[in-house]
Design a protein around this ligand. Structure first.
Ligand code: ZN
Ligand code: ZN
Length: 838
């Protein structure tokens, strides 16, 4: 008997050896295909939790597999180190955010190393260090020079608990994405990035990305491109007074039965009649307090009030009542819409609530062609249960001279008419808004701008970067930024006129930091401590030329419309700056699912179902935790943590250990038969094909299952004559190589104990031989009139004709057929033959 499997000893030993020998050092080798493998960088919360393990250890297996396949893989790591928790800890425990963050990083770095991942620690990036954030400031100035950074006074989403503004992407269901507090609106002057300038490109670029469809759809909806027509509507009885509406469906204009203005629309005051004024003003006041997301939630009951005024539908000259309703947004389109209830579900709900007519002006082509006039009659309109929003294959009805026109002609002709008769204009609108960058907190990158009483807003000169966060900050219990009261930080001489000026006290959204970190890894902290110039470059361009862009990215789906959109935008700007020659940062993306508590619920402290991975690493070792997380289910689906499950995976590793190192219980005597050897080699190569395919597609759960099954096969073969043969050696070697990406320590240890050269992680992925993997014979059931009457043994490649011939020639089958004529023979290759004889 050999010593038992002791993960604690071997894992530490190999982690040290890998580090000492620089196994995962980045090398730019032009003779190899480069593979930039990236996993989303963690926030240094203080503890590596199960979610981190679930995100990173399968990623590591993917990176290691690519490396064994001959790719030159680079797998860097860093910390997304700015953000609110550090500042809140500063307020609560009176510890500086820098100290809190760096202590957490120290601890998490240790935990990450225990995972045994092939991270390249030499290129670690930490975003809260001046060497990093000076580049945020440098980019900000570049964006400003390019007209992509600007200040804007507008109502913005504000979290009263976090005491800061948020980007619209950070408001979920009307609540703060971080703390869940309901958002309020505040009118503030804020810095924004002009992401909308790239809206079309961000949309089109999605088509060429190998990303999950789900993420692409979320981004498409978030960008919300709408092609339509804007036209003018006159207010009845107000000479020359008009407003513009935007619609994506000009072909439905004859179906308008009301118009809606956003409560903030400038015309509301003017047109509201005295008897409706009080109600309108109360409604406007109420709407002001709601966030855009709350106002636009589909499921919400539609509300609104009548202004007492009417507008003229330019298409038919009919007056329609003007309402205000909060589901119409001032910053979407023109802040005014035409209400076409029969063909827009939101308008339909509104019309039903206010008892407005729902004339039908669009029908399916078949209804039009069959001449079934009832389908567009007033009676049918009254009976409508929901709006008909169809577009392709529809025809205009009840639409004066346009009646009978089919889509898309209907769109074009009405659009042209509106252009000629109602000051119409074809337009494209977007749901996407510019990215709000300003945050009123301390622990972030100071925005490098100066406010001068003479010159207004003046950028900090490049050579004065970085604008450092003062270390002696005094944290207010309210969360208000200490920068606002820090005299040393505030006062500055205007770089243009020399007057006394003050610094911008807002800091940047931390999503700025993660928008370009994949580039920062290339040469972190470059020029740290030196002054910058506009001609500098934030990373070594030659190194970037080799490694960029990212080939494979992994991370959570929750970043779909935030980080994953911002980093695409950022890369397009970098391209326009001439820093990169591509326009998409990450070519492939995989979103892992979520690891849940043992109760199947989301892990949370309040629920008390949090699993601390450290406890399990101590008990079972990192390889077991890694393999268990890969085993629980498809990686993109996640699943619950199971204490029994991890025990089972741990036993599997013990089985492998004794399979490789222990002698058989009783050595079988004599030479193995040819068939025994063939069977063993077949199992080896079949497993290899399956495992290779699974690694390629990140199907880690079925990969582990295949390794378990193979181990069982080998355990049985070990007690037979094949033990010790070349086929046996091949099987064991292949098993260890297949395990290496997922369970890097135990495979390295067993590899070494077999006397093979260091390191298993420098070996090539074994080549499967499809000939050896082929099944030799398969058994086919032969049925006569649906009942199994015989079995025949054939080659798995036997053709339909051959199977039919063999089945009919079988003696037992012939007996059952007797003298009945054969009517039909059904052949399912590889499975059965059914003979119908009557
Ligand atoms: Zn909050
Ligand atoms: Zn000045």
């Amino acid at each position: 008997m050999t010593d038992r499997y002791d993960p604690q000893t071997i894992e530490k030993k190999w982690q040290e050896r890998w580090a000492e020998t620089g196994l995962y050092k980045r090398v730019e080798d032009p003779n190899k295909e480069k593979w930039y493998f990236l996993t989303m960088l963690p926030y240094p919360s203080g503890d590596l939790h199960t979610g981190h393990w679930y995100a990173m250890s399968p990623s590591d297996a993917g990176a290691r597999f690519a490396r064994m396949q001959g790719k030159n893989v680079w797998f860097p790591i860093g910390f997304d180190a700015f953000g609110l928790p550090a500042e809140n800890a500063a307020i609560r425990h009176n510890i500086h955010p820098y100290k809190w963050t760096m202590a957490n990083i120290e601890r998490m770095r240790g935990q990450l190393k225990q995972m045994g991942a092939m991270f390249d620690w030499e290129h670690e990036a930490i975003t809260c260090l001046p060497g990093y954030y000076q580049w945020n400031q440098w980019f900000f100035l570049k964006f400003y020079d390019m007209g992509l950074a600007y200040r804007d006074k507008a109502p913005v989403e504000f979290c009263p608990n976090c005491n800061t503004t948020l980007a619209r992407e950070q408001v979920w269901d009307g609540k703060c994405e971080r703390c869940g507090t309901p958002i309020i609106m505040k009118e503030l002057t804020q810095w924004k990035f002009r992401i909308t300038k790239y809206a079309d490109e961000l949309l089109e670029g999605l088509d060429k990305l190998d990303w999950p469809e789900r993420v692409k759809t979320m981004q498409r909806n978030w960008i919300g491109r709408k092609e339509g027509v804007e036209f003018e509507m006159q207010v009845q009885g107000h000479e020359g007074l008009h407003f513009r509406v935007f619609t994506t469906r000009p072909d439905t204009v004859f179906g308008m039965s009301f118009a809606i203005l956003a409560p903030e629309h400038p015309l509301v005051q003017t047109i509201t009649t005295p008897e409706h004024r009080a109600e309108v003003e109360a409604y406007v006041e109420e709407a002001r307090r709601k966030t855009p997301l709350m106002r636009q939630m589909e499921a919400r009951e539609k509300t609104g009030v009548f202004t007492g005024a009417y507008a003229i539908n330019p298409a038919n000259g009919q007056p329609v009542p003007i309402f205000i309703a909060d589901y119409v947004m001032m910053d979407v389109g023109t802040g005014a819409i035409m209400g076409v209830p029969a063909h827009d579900q939101r308008d339909f709900e509104f019309a039903r609530k206010f008892g407005l007519p729902t004339p039908i002006v669009i029908v399916p082509k078949e209804a039009w062609e069959s001449g079934d006039e009832y389908t567009w009659s007033e009676e049918a309109a009254r009976a409508l249960e929901r709006a008909f929003e169809g577009k392709e294959g529809t025809v205009m009805v009840n639409s004066g001279p346009f009646t009978g026109l089919a889509w898309p002609e209907s769109f074009n002709q009405v659009a042209e008419w509106l252009e000629a008769h109602a000051a119409g204009e074809r337009k494209v609108n977007y749901r996407l808004r510019d990215w709000l960058i300003s945050r009123q907190r301390y622990w972030g990158t100071p925005i490098p701008m100066i406010h001068c009483p003479n010159c207004g807003v003046v950028p900090v000169p490049y050579e004065d970067l970085p604008v450092l966060l003062p270390e002696d900050a005094e944290f207010k219990p309210t969360g208000e930024s200490p920068l606002k009261y820090h005299e040393g930080f505030l006062h500055v001489t205007c770089p243009q006129c020399g007057a006394d000026a003050h610094r911008e006290t807002d800091t940047m959204d931390t999503f700025m930091d993660s928008s370009w970190y994949q580039y920062a890894y290339l040469s972190p902290y470059w020029k740290d401590g030196e002054t910058l110039s506009p001609d500098d470059v934030p990373w070594d361009q030659a190194v970037g030329e080799y490694w960029l862009p990212v080939d494979q990215y992994t991370g959570g789906i929750e970043h779909a419309t935030m980080h994953l959109l911002y980093t695409r935008f950022f890369t397009k700007v970098l391209r326009d700056m001439g820093l990169v020659d591509f326009d998409e940062p990450m070519l492939r993306l995989f979103n892992q699912g979520m690891i849940l508590g043992p109760d199947g619920e989301k892990m949370s402290k309040s629920r008390g179902n949090v699993v601390n991975p450290d406890d399990y690493v101590r008990k079972y070792g990192a390889d077991t935790v890694r393999a268990f997380l890969m085993f629980i289910g498809p990686w993109d689906e996640g699943g619950p943590w199971s204490p029994q499950g991890i025990e089972g995976v741990h036993r599997f590793l013990h089985r492998v250990w004794s399979l490789v190192l222990d002698e058989p219980k009783k050595q079988a005597k004599g030479e193995p038969s040819e068939k025994q050897v063939r069977n063993l080699r077949r199992a080896t190569h079949q497993t290899l094909i399956k495992v290779t395919n699974d690694y390629e597609n990140f199907k880690f759960n079925t990969m582990i299952a295949a390794l378990m099954a193979f181990t069982n096969t080998l355990n049985a073969a070990k007690e037979t004559e094949v033990y010790g043969t070349d086929a046996w050696e091949e099987a064991i070697e292949t098993l260890l190589l297949m395990m290496a990406p997922a369970m890097p320590h135990i495979s390295e240890e067993l590899w070494a104990r077999l006397g093979k050269p260091y390191s298993i992680h420098l070996q090539s992925w074994p080549q499967a031989d499809p000939e050896l993997a082929k099944e030799e014979e398969v058994e086919i059931a032969v049925q006569v009139n649906g009942k199994v009457r015989a079995r025949i043994t054939v080659s798995p490649e036997a053709s339909k004709e051959e199977l039919e011939r063999l089945a009919l020639a079988n003696e037992r089958v012939q007996k059952w057929i007797g003298d009945k004529p054969v009517r039909k023979v059904i052949v399912v290759p590889g499975r059965l033959v059914n003979i119908i004889a009557k």
